[in-house]
Design a binder for this molecule. Structure first.
Ligand code: LM2
Ligand code: CA
Length: 475
């Protein structure tokens, strides 16, 4: 459950939050595959409650049934997306919500109804006997409460009940039949590992009709918010490692803190396990996700330059399975995705530079970000060498003999240094401020000598705060 089944040569996924299935299909073909992206996490695909007011993104975390009709499209559109994305080697991972059912709206995106008072969800069907007795999670250090009581007051399904298990298995197997490569499991820490083991054991192998080799198990990333203080979580994230990867929230928090000036960048030299994070193969890494980008204490698209620097480090650094966030603009926590007058989500539109311009942010289309995806692809399988720092916020390292990156996080101080790049001699295009186009660099270039050394200049005022070169950006 920890293998994302990426096509050879690819190495990063992006969460296209709340995008419609036809728009994701087009993005796979027009942008993601040509630029080397490996996969997409898509928003929940099953029927959810429809809010009367504002059409917040949150409505998709309140399930009404496992019918595949949502604000993003219906089952036919979903199937068309998985077919088209897989055809160009981009994998689809679905956000699946089965810890709970909706506790507020009673009308679903496929037209089904629920009776919240009696806990009847006839389109599954679930009724009162399928839920845990109602209780609040009062003590977040208590593993029993975390699993058996109600997250945010949402009616808590009992995954120990055979009927509930069979409905979840059918739902996930239906998605596997439709060509997904795996799942993002919502609220994983709120379900017992033993129950999930039984469910996982009944899942099919990935569908070979979509280009998967025989006998492959779905990739899993479990939403497990833990580890800030291991003793106080009431459970151990390691209880879930045999079920897939888990979200490493400390990566998100600590990388944001470092690039915001809360830590010297020189300490990043052993970022990952060296900081007490989960073993690399079980860690799903991100700068921000759709929840914590709204909480104000991690870097997001709103931070522009610092966000690009942190993302460049994320993608250059060999720890975990990387997931990029692709957002829509929001002012309030509950702001919904770009929509028309009747609440239907609208397709992204692009300006002449390929940047989204109608409320979608599309961080994954920012040149510094998608070119760093290409950097990660180019350096796959190499390790970190030639670490250099100035004792403060200027750092550099190479990835084998395939890539080299420098960060200047020292405000107001130029970086001017002769550095070992680890690369073969030649002229390389910097991909932070430009690219290699034909036989020229549209931005800066770096000349690497026969001994691997290069003189690097990164002024304090330089737009992007980093410089990166790799084997594919060589002239
Ligand atoms: C998650 N991961 O484990 C999701 O990443 C997160 O976005 C979900 O919460 C959460 N678990 C449940 O799936 C979001 C949002 C909540 C919202 C829920 C359900 O962050 O604020 O809950 O979706 O829409 C809110 C209220 C809650 C209320 C619910 C329904 O906080 O009290 O439930 O709306 O109106 C009665
Ligand atoms: Ca639960």
């Amino acid at each position: 459950y920890i293998n994302p089944h990426w096509r050879a040569g690819r190495s990063a996924m992006v969460h296209l939050m709340d995008w419609r299935w036809p728009d994701i299909a087009a993005e796979c073909e027009n942008f993601l595959a040509p630029n080397g992206f490996a996969g997409v996490q898509v928003s929940p695909a099953n029927e959810h409650n429809v809010f009367d007011d504002g059409r917040s993104w949150m409505e998709r975390y309140g399930p009404i049934s496992y019918i595949l009709t949502t604000r993003s499209g219906n089952e036919a559109a979903f199937a068309d997306m998985t077919r088209r994305c897989n055809a160009v080697g981009v994998r689809i991972y679905v956000d699946v919500v089965f810890n709970h059912m909706t506790g507020s709206g009673d009308t679903g995106s496929a037209g089904s109804r629920a009776n919240l008072a009696t806990r009847d969800y006839p389109a599954v069907p679930y009724s009162a006997e399928h839920f845990n007795p109602s209780c609040n999670i009062n003590n977040w250090n208590n593993g029993w409460e975390i699993r058996n009581c109600e997250l945010l007051g949402l009616p808590d399904l009992n995954q120990g009940h055979e009927w509930v298990r069979s409905k979840i298995v059918d739902f996930l197997n239906h998605l596997i039949d439709l060509g997904v490569a795996g799942f993002r499991v919502d609220a994983m820490k709120h379900m017992w590992p033993g129950d999930l083991e039984v469910i996982w054991g009944r899942l099919k192998n990935l569908n070979t009709n979509y280009g998967f080799a025989p006998n492959l198990r779905p990739f899993v990333v479990g939403e497990v918010i833990a580890g800030f203080s291991v003793a106080n979580d009431g459970f151990l994230a390691s209880e879930y490692f045999h079920l897939g990867t888990v979200t490493e929230f400390r990566f998100s928090e600590q990388i944001s803190r470092a690039f915001s000036g809360g830590d010297l960048l020189k300490w990043l030299g052993n970022f990952g396990e060296g900081w007490g994070f989960w073993p690399s193969q079980y860690a799903l890494t991100f700068i921000d996700n759709h929840d914590n980008q709204r909480d104000g204490h991690v870097l997001t698209y709103k931070n522009g330059r610092l966000y690009k620097m942190a993302t460049a480090f994320h993608l250059a650094w060999p720890y975990g399975v990387p997931r990029l966030m692709s957002s829509f603009e929001f002012v309030q926590r509950d702001t919904g995705p770009p929509r028309d007058a009747v609440g239907n989500i609208v397709a992204p539109t692009f300006d002449s530079n390929g940047q989204c311009n109608n409320g979608w942010v599309c961080e994954h289309r920012w040149p510094q970000i998608y070119r760093m995806v290409q950097f990660r692809n180019a350096v796959q399988g190499t390790s970190v060498n030639n670490w250099w720092d100035n004792g403060g916020n200027q750092i550099a390292f190479s990835r084998g003999n395939r890539g080299f990156i420098v960060f200047n996080g020292q405000f107001g101080v130029n970086l001017s240094q002769s550095l070992q790049t680890g690369l073969p001699a030649g002229t390389y295009c910097d991909i932070a401020m430009g690219a290699k186009v034909g036989n020229t660099c549209t931005g800066a270039s770096v000349v690497v000598g026969s001994n691997g050394m290069a003189s690097i200049f990164l002024s304090a005022s330089v737009a992007e705060g980093f410089l990166a070169i790799h084997a594919e950006s060589k002239l």
